[in-house]
Design a protein. Structure first.
Lengths: 468, 404
């Protein structure tokens, strides 16, 4: 009765470790392998199957994923950089010198962090454009559009606060110019600037404020919102795809082929991430992040420029009264982007680039017009227009603010009217037209500010730029 | 079919990228020790460069053009100093040296320099290139123009002997010419670094107050206490001189002719400034025009000292078209122009040939230059690309729109 089982040999310590690392054991059959895939952590993030169509590179360009990869690179290099940084006024700069001259891989970490941060801004904006142009912000994705916009603002804030940390001349004066834009806010402007700077001007308190925002507040907020953003993507039914192929085609339902996430999507993501990390790494090895001499409040460079992504705003200040150029126009544009999903309710053509052939034609038209109109306006305003001189007794808010604003908005309204009447453009196509126009103009203003403004913020050709 | 091909391509890209990461990191670590070292050298060079400007602004006036020391102020281009520890040098510079003219330079001791800048100065003393420092001082126009000592004018000096207590005044003038003129200027009229002593307001002060200042110095300024250099009776002679300076004729303690130091850069700068500001009247090569006399001529250059040229350019010539440039240009610019004019002396002709009727109105000369600069090929290329892109975008868009 009591047949003794043959004594099973005690598993070795290595055996036990191996089995505990894969609690259900390593599957030996196909069914087991499939279960392992299905139970994978990755499927908390991704659905098990995704439409074939959303896997195309040329649809998303992997921009959202790249932004997430850059976030990870920034978090990792940022934590490493923390080990050699003191947020105190002259010491911060000495720490950067030390990092460059005494720490192995110190400069590489700084370069990686610097270039990833700047690339992130470009990638985040391109992601926004991709989502906008394919209409992927329409119901039910309104909330995710808002979250994305919020994150873009946080990414800018993160870059801006990080800009000050090296405490060199570049940092000091870019932050001085950048925060002076905030002080143009009516009523609360000066109070808010003092709050952010921790005093009347950029100083040791500002460095400490920016440090805490840069390493704790903003990253926490971004990671919270980012998780929510990912979760919403899945809850909103994955990436946007068109219900019908195209207006011009039969309009029949497309037959969607669905593929498993593992390995089809995961492999693409992994390879994309590795390729970008390799590119970033090599770029960071070859191109050092800029570092000028130590911050000197008594010696302002000429011209003193804001960080490059705010050069469009600084350029606007040269053409408008600050209340109009720095507050009213950017405020309205940002408000418009936030509200976009709520006045464009057309569910047609979601997931199609430019939404329709007419939409694409209008986009090209708007870009083409803005490409020539914006430099023309900049040149005109620099050399011919002199509103305050022509209307000396008028308050400058009107003569240098509202009048030039009208002068540029009236042609835009007329253009919009022409597009609506002549080509029967509907609301979504007109939104596309105007947004393309404004965006192209902003890009050109930014380029002008970065490359064509020299001493005294006068216009110069980049290759004739005086060095002193 | 295509699925597997793109799949294989992805795997290939992934493998290459991983290989690149490994390879790049491997190569990077090989070069890292050298990079770290050269980065340290780069930083040292930047800091030395900074320190040279600080030296020109703060130290050259006492320690000389290239740290050679002036009078009783010690030289800095000195091997003994280089062997001092950085810490000792830092303390000396930041806190000053008691009982000498060396004041405290650190901001925490009431001076103008931050700790970072004091450290840069320490590095200049330890590793600096004093010839390069000399060039920097000259380029910034901060070369000490008045030497530490001068000789009193003999005739006027004799006259003073006949004044009441003339011997005391003579003693004081000798001391002033030897010790004080470098800061307080010729005839005690003051320089940029020290106030005028030949001044009614100073004369109003009591002998006791003046005596205390000379004996103990003035805290927080470059004025040192002189009690360990001068005897008490010499100090009281100085006080007498300060109180009775209105009796001393001007020119008794003259500024001697000190040639203005030049460097290649300062002459190039002077040339630019001359062409921009002076050539319209004095001619492009200083040969003169009907509006203004020639400068590039032996008769002018041999009889006019650098100081006199500087004086003429700074203050202008009243009653002529020559304006005063002193309030429109920095000192470095004025000195650069003098240096540029001076270098003609070797080749200047005996008699000048003024140019007549060249160039036309200035706006025409300027306009041709601007148009030439604007029609650069890069501008044309840029404009062409901009216009072509804009035109093609608009035309593609428009034809697409009207097609339907």
């Amino acid at each position: 009765m009591t047949d003794e089982l043959p004594p099973t040999p005690e598993p070795s310590i290595f055996e036990r470790m191996r089995t505990r690392l894969t609690p259900d054991g390593v599957p030996s059959d196909d069914r087991g392998r499939m279960r392992m895939v299905v139970d994978s952590l990755i499927l908390h993030l991704h659905p098990t199957k995704i439409p074939d169509r959303t896997l195309r590179w040329t649809y998303t360009w992997g921009l959202g994923g790249l932004a997430a990869v850059l976030m990870m690179v920034l978090a990792l290099t940022g934590v490493v950089l923390l080990n050699n940084y003191t947020p105190a006024a002259p010491q911060a700069y000495l720490d950067i010198l030390e990092l460059n001259s005494n720490v192995w891989f110190g400069e590489l970490m700084r370069n990686l962090h610097h270039w990833s941060a700047n690339l992130l801004i470009i990638v985040a904006v391109l992601h926004l454009i991709r989502v906008f142009i394919t209409g992927a912000y329409r119901p039910p994705r309104e909330l995710n559009w808002l979250l994305g916009m919020l994150m873009l603002i946080l990414v800018l804030a993160s870059n801006f606060t990080g800009y000050l940390l090296p405490w060199d001349q570049l940092a000091y004066w870019a932050i001085t110019v950048g925060t002076s834009i905030i002080s143009y806010l009516p009523i609360i402007g000066n109070w808010l600037t003092r709050l952010i700077l921790g005093g009347p001007e950029v100083g040791p308190n500002t460095l400490l404020n920016f440090y805490s925002m840069h390493i704790a507040l903003i990253p926490l907020a971004i990671f919270g919102i980012m998780s929510y953003h990912f979760w919403r993507v899945r809850k909103d039914g994955g990436l946007s795809i068109p219900k019908s192929l195209d207006e011009s085609e039969s309009g029949a339902e497309i037959k969607l082929e669905r593929l498993t996430t593992i390995p089809n999507l995961v492999q693409k993501e992994l390879i994309y991430a590795i390729a970008w990390v390799a590119a970033l790494l090599i770029f960071a090895m070859l191109v050092p992040a800029p570092l000028e001499s130590i911050a000197n409040p008594d010696l302002s460079p000429n011209p003193a420029k804001a960080p490059w992504y705010f050069m469009g705003l600084q350029e606007m200040l040269l053409h408008f009264h600050p209340l109009v150029g720095a507050i009213l126009i950017p405020g309205l544009v940002i408000l418009g982007i936030f509200l976009l999903p709520f006045f464009d309710l057309n569910p047609r053509n979601v997931g199609v680039y430019f939404r329709s052939r007419r939409g694409r034609a209008l986009t090209l038209l708007a870009a083409g017009i803005a490409l020539i109109a914006t430099p023309a306006w900049v040149l005109l305003d620099e050399y011919l227009l002199d509103w305050t001189g022509w209307l000396p007794s008028w308050p400058s808010l009107i003569s240098n603010g509202l009048i030039p604003l009208l002068v540029i908005t009236i042609p835009l309204i007329l253009l919009d009217d022409w597009v609506r009447k002549s080509f029967q453009a509907d609301t979504e196509e007109r939104v596309l037209f105007i947004a393309t126009f404004i965006f192209t103009a902003f890009i050109i203003l930014t380029i002008t500010g970065i490359f064509f403004r020299g001493p005294g913020m006068a216009l110069y050709l980049p290759w004739n730029m005086p060095t002193h | 079919m295509t699925e597997t091909r793109s799949h294989r391509l992805e795997i290939l890209i992934g493998t290459i990228a991983t290989g690149l990461i490994v390879l790049a990191l491997g190569l990077y670590i090989l070069f890292e020790p050298a990079r770290v070292q050269s980065a340290g050298q780069d930083i040292l060079h930047v800091q030395l460069d900074d320190a040279m400007s600080l030296y020109a602004e703060n130290c050259a006036v006492c320690h000389g053009l290239q740290g050679e020391g002036i009078g009783s102020i010690p030289p800095l281009d000195n091997p003994a100093l280089r062997t001092m520890t950085a810490d000792d040098l830092f303390k000396t510079i930041s806190r000053g040296r008691f009982n000498t003219a060396m004041p405290a330079w650190s901001q925490s001791d009431g001076g103008p320099l931050s700790d970072y800048q004091v450290n840069e100065m320490v590095q200049l003393v330890q590793f600096g290139d004093w010839n390069a420092t000399k060039d920097r001082v000259v380029n910034l126009g901060l070369a000490p123009l008045v030497p530490f000592t001068t000789e009193p004018d003999p005739a006027l000096f004799e006259q003073i002997g006949s004044l009441p207590d003339g011997a005391i005044l003579q003693t004081a003038i000798k001391i002033f010419a030897a010790e004080c003129v470098s800061c307080h200027g010729a005839d005690g009229l003051g320089t940029k670094i020290a106030p005028a002593l030949n001044d009614p307001l100073i004369r109003e002060k009591t002998a006791e107050e003046l005596n205390r200042t000379v004996t103990l110095g003035r805290a927080g300024t470059l004025m040192a206490g002189w009690n360990n250099v001068l005897a008490p009776e010499e100090i009281s002679a100085m006080v007498t001189l300060i109180q009775r300076w209105n009796e001393i004729p001007l020119g008794t303690i003259p500024a001697p002719n000190v040639p203005i130091a030049t460097t290649t850069e300062s002459i190039a700068k002077g040339s630019d400034l001359f062409i921009a500001n002076c050539s319209r009247c004095h001619g492009p090569t200083g040969q003169g025009t009907p509006r203004a006399p020639a400068l590039n001529v032996k008769s002018v250059l041999t009889t006019t000292s650098d100081q006199a040229l500087l004086q003429i350019i700074t203050n202008g010539v009243p009653g002529t078209a020559m304006p005063a440039w002193g309030n429109r240009m920095a000192d470095a610019d004025l000195q650069a122009i003098v240096g540029f004019i001076r270098q003609w002396e070797a080749t200047a002709p005996e008699v000048a040939q003024p140019t007549v009727g060249v160039g036309g109105p200035p706006w025409r000369q300027a306009a041709t230059q601007t148009v030439k600069a604007a029609l650069d090929w890069r501008v044309l290329l840029g404009l062409t690309i901009l216009l072509a892109t804009s035109f093609s975008l608009v035309s593609i868009g428009y034809t697409e729109l009207v097609k339907k």
